[in-house]
Ligand binder design. Structure first.
Ligand SMILES: [Zn+2]
Length: 444
């Protein structure tokens, strides 16, 4: 089936004002203004009302946290007290809650323009040891592309760390499960819908041995590696006290200064650190909303990019955002970066969109997503400007970011419609909200 997505109102692609042709899940032709496809199409789809951008790619999240949004005990706290408050609450997570938390995060991401989701789950209570399996099932059911990380916590209260003992796991058990889920689900092929990455949680909750073993396993299976790093000054103080060096030295000690790594947050890096990360090709997922909510600080996006690091975008967990809306994240990225760099010319809506697309794709090590171009996967977000908030807007692409688009009218993933008329295909949203809200009440 060849479909011509015809004559969009605007499209974020070169020489494609006449639209794109999609065949077998890929973009096979870009049509210039007034042009026609080279070969006949089976169908055409009128995109005159739609502004089309590459599907957004989220590169840092904790899906289960949708169950603890705006939690009364955790709001208005910074990261360490926030974690100390929430971990015992999260310790009550059960299997049904986990599945619903995942389902809501994925659905919310998709509806906001995201075609590739990523999750960093580190909660593996006895009832939810197969968390990765549940996440893969849910992503496949929704039809969203996903990088699911096999997260891990090996240090808990008994070791002087914050996570409750029952959510932590023995390190050999973690490594064996990494092997298991990689064998079951990791698909490295072009157009892959499911990839697995390895993601020990953070310097406070895993050992160096687990970091090094994870790096070795990633090397063996050619996987990406992810962790939280340099999110707060508290973390730096923790590393100095426990290891006698800073978080970036911990990364090096763990054998993680390498291009298969991308980090969540990456705030408290010096300019020299940025140079070092760039030299080694380490990517950083910028999480502007979470960093603002938790008053953590600001990621040096320009210094990192100038040094050669891929910079992607992430909503982070829904307890520190407290949403999973990728278009809102793009808007916040624009604003936070302008505020930090005190420059409007040097940080544009196109930069923010680039982080959420091409930059995020580089973080995930993918060459087949992140752009609307011939040969790329047909992952696209379609927005209309029919809402009051866009009335009077001129530049349609800029309008999405500046006027605050936050809900796609249509979403296409691998050439398949996954959102139609603002509703996710095959999802009973009302029922999902009732079930998810009931599950979330168990965290009160
Ligand atoms: Zn996080």
């Amino acid at each position: 089936m060849r479909i011509w997505i015809k004559n969009p109102l605007a499209i974020l692609a070169e020489n494609a004002d006449g639209g794109v042709v999609v065949e077998n899940g890929r973009i096979v032709e870009l049509i210039a203004s007034g042009g026609e496809p080279l070969r006949p199409v089976d169908q055409w789809w009128d995109a005159r009302r739609h502004v089309i951008i590459p599907g957004l790619i989220n590169t840092h999240h904790h899906f289960f946290q949708t169950l603890s949004r705006a939690h009364p005990q955790a709001i208005n706290k910074q990261l360490f007290p926030w974690l100390t408050t929430l971990y015992p609450i999260w310790g009550r997570l059960d299997r049904d809650m986990f599945r619903l938390g995942v389902r809501v995060a994925l659905t919310e991401l998709l509806m906001s323009g995201c075609t590739t989701a990523m999750d960093h789950n580190y909660m593996f209570p006895p009832d939810v040891r197969d968390a990765v399996d549940i996440e893969v099932q849910e992503a496949r059911a929704l039809g969203i592309r996903a990088t699911i990380t096999r997260g891990s916590i090996s240090l808990s209260v008994k070791d002087g760390a914050v996570p409750p003992d029952h959510v932590a796991q023995d390190e050999d058990e973690i490594l064996a499960d990494c092997e298991r889920v990689v064998g079951l689900y990791h698909d490295a092929s072009e157009g892959s819908m499911t990839q697995i990455a390895l993601a020990p949680c953070a310097p406070m909750s895993v050992s160096l041995r687990l970091m090094r073993e994870s790096a070795a396993l990633a090397e063996k299976h050619d996987l990406r590696l992810h962790t939280h790093l340099a999110e707060t000054e508290d973390e730096e103080a923790f590393c100095l006290e426990k290891f006698g060096y800073r978080p970036i030295d911990w990364l090096e000690d763990a054998h993680w200064l390498q291009p298969r790594v991308w980090l969540g947050h990456g705030i408290h890096f010096t300019c020299d650190d940025c140079e070092k990360l760039g030299r080694h090709g380490v990517g950083v997922c910028h999480c502007p909303t979470s960093n603002a909510v938790l008053a953590s600080g600001f990621c040096k996006t320009r210094e990192l990019e100038a040094a050669g690091s891929p910079v992607g975008l992430g909503v982070d967990g829904s307890a520190s955002n407290d949403g999973s809306n990728m278009m809102e994240e793009v808007r916040h990225a624009l604003m936070v970066n302008r505020l930090h760099y005190k420059s409007a010319e040097d940080v544009t809506h196109r930069d923010a969109l680039r982080w959420a697309t091409e930059g995020s794709a580089r973080c995930l090590g993918r060459k087949d997503i992140g752009r609307i171009a011939v040969g790329m996967q047909a992952d696209m977000a379609f927005f209309t400007l029919d809402e009051l908030r866009f009335s009077g807007a001129h530049d349609p692409i800029a309008a999405l970011v500046h006027c605050g688009a936050n809900r796609a009218d249509r979403m296409m993933v691998a050439g398949q419609w996954r959102v139609e008329d603002r509703m996710p295909v095959g999802v009973d949203l009302e029922r999902l909200m009732i079930e998810h809200s009931a599950a979330a009440r168990k965290f009160l």
